[in-house]
Every structure is written in C-alpha cells, then in structure tokens.
Design a protein. Structure first.
Length: 176
C-alpha cells in the first residue's frame, strides 16, 4: 500500500471503515442513539470513499483516454443510494409513513451491497492483486460476474425476506 497516492490511501481506509461500520449498523438494534451515531459514521465513511476517488484515474476498464472508468460509475450509484436513503429517513420522520422507513432501510442495504461489490470488483480487476492476470479472460469474467451476482442476489433475498414486508416500525418498535 506504500505505492498508493494519498487519495487512494484515504479511499481504501474509508472503504474499509465503511465496511466495518455498515456491518455494525446492520447488527445493532434499529433507531436508538448508538444506531444513529454508527449509521452517521457509515455515511461519512461512504462519502469519503466516494469523494476520495472521483479524481483518481482509472487503472482498468477506462472510457477512452478520459481518466474515468467503469468503477467511477459506482460514485454516482453509491452517492445517490446514500442520499436517497438519508432523504427517506427524513421523510419518515416528517410524515410517519412506514413506506419511507422501509425505503430508507432498503436503500442502505443496497448501498452496503454496492460497497461490497465495488470492493470485490476492484480486488478482482486490479492488476496489483494478480487475479486478473492469473486466469484466462473468459474464466475471469465468468467468475467476476458470478461473484457479483451472488452478492446482489443475497442482498435482494435479505431485502425481500426482512425489509420489504410488514410495518418496519412494529418490527423495531420505532416511531418518527
């Protein structure tokens, strides 16, 4: 990691912090002050993760000679998902409508899954880790797709099983 630029070091450190904080948020009881503090730290870590990589040139899957690449698209997706999740929480507090709380929970579940997918994808495609160069290109992309689809599928199952049904306020004894 000593050969990384300062922005990339901040990116990696904040992404690892977001991974840990996100896991803690999901394990905590919802709605109490600890949940709110850890969730706020998760959002700050996500914003640092996203913001620190905006101007880092792509090393793989670059769009022409723009410096931007496929993984830069996750900046938009991650930022939008977190922003909409925070907005949904605010709307729930204003309206008390449980659909806004459900929206908040689902957005942040997908925000976390996106973080895991982006990290996994970077490890797979970054030449410094040697995975992309260790196998035939067809095998590489098949495994890459299977791993990311498994993460997405697992998240979709969790969302459908635990977040998309019933009144989330009743499940967690929450009130706006």
């Amino acid at each position: 990691m000593s050969d990384l630029t300062l922005l990339l070091k901040v990116h990696v450190a904040s992404a690892l912090a977001a991974l840990a904080l996100g896991a803690i948020v999901f394990a905590l009881p919802k709605g109490d002050s600890v949940h709110r503090r850890v969730a706020s730290a998760y959002v700050m870590a996500m914003m640092a993760t996203i913001g620190s990589v905006i101007f880092v040139p792509a090393t793989v899957l670059e769009f022409g000679n723009t410096g931007w690449g496929f993984f830069h698209l996750f900046i938009v997706v991650g930022g939008a998902s977190s922003a909409v999740g925070a907005f949904a929480l605010w709307r729930w507090r204003v309206t008390g409508d449980p659909e806004w709380l459900r929206n908040h929970q689902m957005r942040f579940a997908f925000s976390y899954a996106g973080l895991v997918m982006a990290g996994t994808s970077q490890i797979f495609t970054n030449p410094r880790f040697g995975i992309v160069t260790a196998m035939a290109i067809e095998s590489f992309w098949a495994i890459f797709a299977i791993v990311n689809l498994a993460i997405l599928g697992t998240t979709m199952w969790i969302v459908q099983r635990f977040l998309a049904r019933g009144d989330p306020r009743r499940r967690y004894a929450l009130r706006p």
